[in-house]
Design a protein around this ligand. Structure first.
Ligand SMILES: [Fe+2]
Ligand SMILES: [Fe+2]
Length: 166
């Protein structure tokens, strides 16, 4: 991201990244990083994609992308993994609406981003964009996390072999 694009991007999302409640995502683990960093990456990639393909609703789409996982794990206590996967979009929408006025497209982006893990089929092209980018970002983050985890385990293993008394 060029520094000009970065500046434009942050001017679109500044009020969200400054929100005290949203900053709680900094303490939530998500794909081996924080949920804050994951959300920011999804929003950044969305912004760049919309810019590249001249999507008119770039600002609204980017803001909804940033809000798509606005929840903390404690709010889903007692739910199993599958229930969490399918239920958190509604919770993220509920939390977002407490602080921001969202139009129908933005609400749909958040609600449907986990399709096909639930039956909320994306209704707008913007929803398909964010849902797809979220999956690509999630896969990238998981692979990166797992790769560094395996390298770490391998190094420990190697270190133990080297240290073994002969
Ligand atoms: Fe999500
Ligand atoms: Fe996500």
């Amino acid at each position: 991201m060029s520094s000009k694009t970065k500046e434009e991007f942050y001017s679109v999302v500044k009020d969200i990244t400054n929100n005290k409640e949203f900053n709680k995502l900094n303490k939530e683990l998500h794909h081996g990083i924080t949920r804050y960093d994951h959300s920011l990456r999804v929003a950044r990639w969305t912004y760049q994609f919309c810019e590249l393909f001249n999507i008119k609703s770039i600002n609204n789409t980017t803001r909804a992308a940033l809000l798509h996982d606005f929840y903390i794990d404690n709010e889903l206590l007692g739910e199993n993994k599958f229930e969490k996967l399918s239920d958190h979009p509604n919770l993220a929408l509920e939390n977002s609406l407490k602080y921001y006025k969202l139009d129908n497209v933005q609400q749909d982006i958040i609600k449907s981003h986990m399709f096909p893990c639930n039956l909320n089929v994306p209704k707008y092209k913007e929803s398909w964009i964010v849902s797809t980018i979220d999956k690509v970002v999630g896969t990238y983050e998981m692979l990166r996390f797992k790769t560094s985890l395996y390298i770490g385990i391998y190094c420990l293993f190697l270190f133990e072999i080297i240290r073994l008394p002969r």
